[in-house]
Design a protein around this ligand. Structure first.
Ligand code: AMP
Ligand code: MG
Length: 411
């Protein structure tokens, strides 16, 4: 493909993100799933508690329920009468007595305090209590956690196992969620071969498609693998036909200046595609657009590390926005540089880094060697990124830097 010399629009990272997020068709459909299938799904309608939690005032301890006034009147010795066990309906405390009670069992009417069993003595058929206690101690009050009707979740929240435990305790059994976005992933390039096949001269093993598929799955998408297509208009056109039913179509490669005319020529037949160059490193020209009534199209760069980073920077927020979630930037932490790095200003740079906590708990970020956007080897040691501002000339060892952990469990 000859370079037609066309100038691409240059956008900052923030401008590129805003350009994408401003053009997302947000999901309009809702489906209902049981709790067990709602992990990682995005809440589509406000969810309210159906019961109070606790549902009734109950004991926080195995012990004895009593009324403090009775206890004082009886010189801290009370006869034992009755028991409250888990699952029992709330009973009634006989005035002037104490009742055996177990953790989670309802506080009987007339009682206002529980003393834990370790603190009492049984003497002469009575329960002898300590003289120091707080009225109301060891109780879990009705609705102190949440109340029936309280709003627990709003649309866009991605549900974790903790959230589902809470919803289960709140009596919610089915969750309205957005349907999983359907995504289609394709690698473009005549040189690409799947591992397992011997390489012919000039060929390389393909890697972007797998990473894109897996990252989309981790974001809750239902992903179809479109394989590898060659760099020609007929192949791209065939791909387009398959795209009509997808929410996200993501390609890698073929958007370098010179190449991208092909993608533009074909995609402009059904979509409205913008090409630009974001002032980020790694990351080459990108394309983004809408396809038909519901689809979104991303053409990510072919260089493997550029493809990974642009996915994180642009595709991830787009999928979150589609699900009505606030499209967060990657979380940024203050860290100290473990080594120096010098560079030319002009682009926001994401440097692959090794993050660790030193003995005092400070976060140290060390830039790894091998930052070329083709250098996948560096990923083995990467557990974070250092973000360098557009106008920065780099940093000295010991200077403050911005670190982005890629999984806190890797620190
Ligand atoms: P392109 O963006 O198509 O010009 O590709 C840029 C560089 O990335 C070239 O060296 C390609 O061979 C390489 N590349 C493109 N697509 C992939 C892929 N899916 N997996 C691995 N490398 C790729
Ligand atoms: Mg290519």
């Amino acid at each position: 493909m000859p370079d037609n010399g066309e100038k691409l629009i240059m956008l900052s990272l923030e401008e590129a993100r805003a350009a994408i997020l401003g053009r997302i068709h947000i999901c309009g459909a809702v489906e209902e799933v049981p709790l067990r299938q709602a992990l990682g799904r995005f809440v589509a309608e406000q969810l309210c508690a159906r019961v109070d939690n606790p549902a009734f005032t109950n004991s926080a301890m195995d012990g004895y329920a009593l009324a403090v006034d009775d206890l004082v009147a009886a010189s801290f010795e009370l006869p034992l009468q009755g028991a409250s066990r888990c699952g029992d309906p709330p009973g009634v405390l006989v005035p002037g007595t104490t009742m055996r009670i177990f953790t989670g069992a309802p506080l009987p009417e007339g009682a206002d305090t529980v003393v834990m069993q370790e603190d009492i003595r049984l003497e002469r058929g009575k329960v002898v209590f300590p003289r120091s206690m707080q009225p109301g101690q060891n109780l879990r009050w009705r609705a102190e956690d949440f109340r029936s009707g309280d709003r627990l979740y709003v649309p866009g929240r991605r549900l974790t196992a903790y959230d589902l435990a809470l919803l289960s305790s709140a009596g919610v059994d089915r969750i309205p969620v957005f349907p999983k976005p359907r995504a289609y992933v394709v690698a473009t390039g005549d040189e690409l071969v799947a591992p397992g096949t011997p390489l012919k001269p000039g060929q390389i093993y393909e890697s972007n498609r797998l990473a894109t598929l897996l990252q989309l799955e981790a974001l809750g998408a239902e992903v179809n693998d479109g394989g590898t297509v060659s760099d020609d208009a007929a192949a791209l056109r065939a791909l387009l036909k398959a795209c009509a039913e997808y929410d996200f179509v993501i390609t890698s490669g073929g958007v370098s200046v010179g190449d991208h005319d092909l993608v533009r020529q074909v995609f402009s037949e059904i979509g409205n595609i913008d090409f630009w160059k974001a002032r980020i490193k790694p990351g080459k020209p990108l394309a983004f657009g809408r396809l038909g009534a519901r689809g979104h199209f991303f053409a990510l760069p072919g260089n493997p590390v550029s493809s990974l980073i642009t996915f994180k920077l642009f595709v991830e927020p787009a999928v979150l926005a589609w699900n009505h979630a606030a499209p967060r930037s990657m979380p940024e932490f203050a860290a100290t540089a473990g080594n120096e790095l010098k560079r030319h200003p002009g682009r926001t740079e994401f440097v692959r880094a090794r993050l660790h906590l030193d003995r005092t708990g400070h976060l140290i970020a060390t830039a790894l060697h091998g930052q070329g956007s083709h250098q996948l080897g560096t990923l083995r040691d990467t557990n974070g990124l250092i973000k360098i501002a557009e106008d920065s000339i780099g940093f000295e060892q010991g200077e403050a830097v911005i670190a982005i952990p890629l999984g806190l469990d890797l620190l």
